[in-house]
Design a protein around this ligand. Structure first.
Ligand code: T5A
Length: 212
């Protein structure tokens, strides 16, 4: 029995959380065993790391320290949450994975891509996503959506707009490098339209999806 790892990616406020929730409800309704998780913070250890990483006032973190903390969160997540649930046949909906590190720490912060790939390999121990859904949205629209909701901006959301544009460019490059794995969804559309497109993508790209 082997489940599948479905990863959701994109810039701030692109709508991942909203769509992961709807996708989870759809899959459960169809009888698919599903769990929802996220990075950073998908394990008890990861929740400590998430606080360190995202607290708005924790602004003295060196970019390499930041990279290592995301890698540490991922290593724990892979071993404690992802591998056991895949082995149990679960369909995992994961909010962010290695692509976030490439986009944010690689393209956003400008850290060495070879180093990032090495750390991703160590952290994942070779585990790969089966499908990546990338929410493509204008950076400004995503940030405006977040500001409209009742929230307190975290450390990364407070970065200057150029940073977010570099992250978006990173996702565009990733999608062109791995078209067999990364599916682009136009996230400027309304919630229901996006959800029905995600359902189509899951059906098309995951032929073993056990929907009833
Ligand atoms: N990070 C993470 C790294 O730098 N490196 C890494 O390796 C990893 C793993 C995580 C942060 O960590 C960074 C990236 C991130 O900055 P987070 O709190 O998980 O932080 O933040 P996000 O992943 O950005 O998630 P958010 O919850 O902030 O945004 P979502 O999930 O993309 O958006 P969502 O669904 O919460 O929607 C935002 C608002 O828009 C509305 C929603 O109702 C909500 O109010 N909305 C829409 N409005 C109009 N039309 C639509 N289609 C809408 N969809 C949602």
């Amino acid at each position: 029995m082997q489940g599948k790892l479905i990863v959701f990616e994109g810039v701030e406020g692109c709508g991942k959380t909203t769509q992961i929730q709807l996708t989870s409800e759809w899959l459960l309704m169809k009888g698919v065993p599903v769990i929802v998780t996220r990075e950073p913070g998908g394990t008890p250890t990861g929740r400590h790391l998430r606080r360190l990483l995202l607290e708005a006032n924790n602004n003295a973190i060196d970019p390499r320290t930041e990279l290592l903390l995301y890698a540490a969160d991922r290593a724990q997540h892979v071993e404690q949450e992802l591998k056991p649930n895949l082995a149990a046949g679960k369909y995992i909906l994961c909010d962010r994975f290695i692509y976030s590190t490439i986009a944010y720490q690689g393209h956003g912060r400008g850290l060495d891509m070879k180093l990032i790939n090495q750390l991703n390999t160590i952290a994942t121990a070779g585990l790969e996503a089966d499908l990546v859904v990338w929410f493509d949205i204008d950076v400004e629209t995503g940030l405006a959506r977040k500001r409209r909701s009742a929230y307190v901006a975290d450390r990364i959301e407070l970065e200057l707009i150029d940073f977010h544009h570099r992250v978006q460019q990173g996702y565009t490059i990733l999608a062109s490098m791995y078209p067999e794995k990364i599916v682009k969804i136009n996230a400027n559309q309304d919630i229901n339209t996006i959800q029905s497109q995600i359902q189509q993508v899951c059906i098309q790209r995951l032929p073993d999806l056990p929907i009833k």
